[in-house]
Design a protein around this ligand. Structure first.
Ligand SMILES: *Cc1c(COP(=O)(O)O)cnc(C)c1O
Length: 395
């Protein structure tokens, strides 16, 4: 199966088409120009004081962490954000030099050793964990202090120390050997809502914590609070770093933020028609015969299914693009294949390219469209493509 490494020379549709069509039943195209464009658009709305952290956790939201990290850093991002230690190591092994923040929790000596060895930067969430870090680094005689990022919980009720206990926590971390505070941060729960009330409350709590620290003579070296939605909402939320995921990949965190910036979707999902046939009225299609042809119908089988990241709950609801035209999917989506009603294009041939997510001519189908059909969010749709399909970088 093709991977980035094996396809790094494939940079255009032209070259991709030179592959035998049967070796490419389905694939993901990652548009590096769009990725670079999005980073530059984001940088335009940041003040010079603010750095851009591109969040590349979960294999860069299904886009491929290494290629994405390379491109975003070349385009002006300063930081990388990951969720886990292995995600950070993968980027270091690929030669990434930028600072890498682990947004998730880390506790075990094995994780701490790896963090020190690979020069990753952990999130500190509570006094107990801070002590484990300091003791573990003491035990391995770590000489240079490890930069750590203190996480405050201002209302997300996920990781972090309660904002009212910020002073004690920060003082403790400051006193511990082998650690140096690189930043103090928090995470917003409702930044994508058009109603800013809760977000403002979280920001006030963050400000209160910082003010409290100042009264005891502690000046935080660096502050950050904003995810993509907050970054697009209000400059006052930017502080020293913004941690942007979704918008880097060209999607909007919310409808009301569409006007804030121009973004281009980076990921496209494509597959090929593997068989075409005509079925007679009354014929059932796919498992459970959830679709029955009412008239004679031209059917195309496509080599992509739910194991590839096409959610099964889109069965009988989704459309695809062929030759720039919207074509309905019919019957239950199976693990590796799905069927289309191509009666509108009766001369569709085996080997023809089908766009499941992406643009053809004037038509576009986005992860957001799928998310709307499924009552979920585009983040979850994108992450569905991190497992099985080969990825091809295009420009
Ligand atoms: C995932 C994550 C982000 C990025 O979120 P987007 O909404 O995709 O911008 C930022 N900060 C933290 C702590 C995260 O876990």
């Amino acid at each position: 199966m093709l991977s980035y490494e094996q396809t790094s020379s494939v940079t255009s549709h032209q070259q991709l088409d030179t592959y035998a069509w049967f070796s490419q039943r389905a694939w993901v195209e990652i548009n590096l120009s769009a990725l670079s464009y999005n980073v530059k658009q984001l940088l335009r709305i940041l003040s010079p004081r603010t750095q851009l952290m591109a969040v590349v956790k979960a294999d860069a939201y299904g886009h491929g962490a290494v290629t994405v990290a390379q491109t975003v850093l070349e385009s002006g991002a300063n930081w990388l954000g990951v969720a886990t230690v292995p995600e950070g190591i993968q980027l270091r092994e690929a030669g990434m030099k930028a600072p890498i923040l682990i947004l998730g929790a880390t506790h075990t000596p094995e994780q701490i050793h790896a963090i020190a060895q690979w020069k990753l930067q952990p999130t500190l969430i509570c006094p107990k964990q801070a002590l484990v870090f300091s003791n573990t680094l003491e035990a391995i005689n770590s000489e240079t202090p490890l930069p750590v990022h203190v996480k405050l919980d201002t209302g997300m009720s996920r990781l972090g120390t309660n904002w009212q206990e910020a002073a004690e926590f920060v003082q403790l971390v400051q006193r511990l050997p082998h650690l140096t505070i690189a930043s103090i941060y928090s995470h917003l729960a409702t930044a994508d809502s058009p109603d800013p009330t809760t977000m403002k409350q979280q920001q006030q709590r963050f400000e209160q914590a910082i003010a409290q620290l100042r009264t005891i003579g502690i000046e935080a070296p660096c502050l950050h609070l904003a995810n993509a939605a907050a970054t697009l909402t209000d400059k006052a939320l930017h502080y020293d770093i913004v941690r942007v995921g979704l918008a880097v990949y060209g999607l909007y965190p919310a409808q009301h933020l569409r006007s804030s910036i121009d973004l281009k979707p980076v990921l496209q999902v494509k597959a090929r028609v593997t068989q075409v046939k005509t079925i007679t009225p009354g014929t059932g299609v796919s498992y459970g015969h959830q679709f029955i042809a009412s008239d004679e119908l031209h059917l195309a089988v496509v080599g992509i299914g739910y194991a590839d990241g096409v959610p099964r709950n889109l069965s009988n609801k989704m459309q695809v693009l062929i030759r720039g035209q919207r074509i309905p999917q019919i019957g239950t989506i199976t693990m590796d294949q799905l069927m289309l009603d191509v009666s509108a294009l009766p001369d569709v041939r085996e080997g023809e390219v089908v766009t499941l997510l992406g643009t053809e001519g004037k038509e576009q189908i986005t992860a957001e469209d799928w998310a709307n059909l499924l009552d979920t969010i585009s983040w979850e749709i994108l992450c569905g493509f991190k497992h099985r399909l080969p990825r091809v970088a295009v420009t």
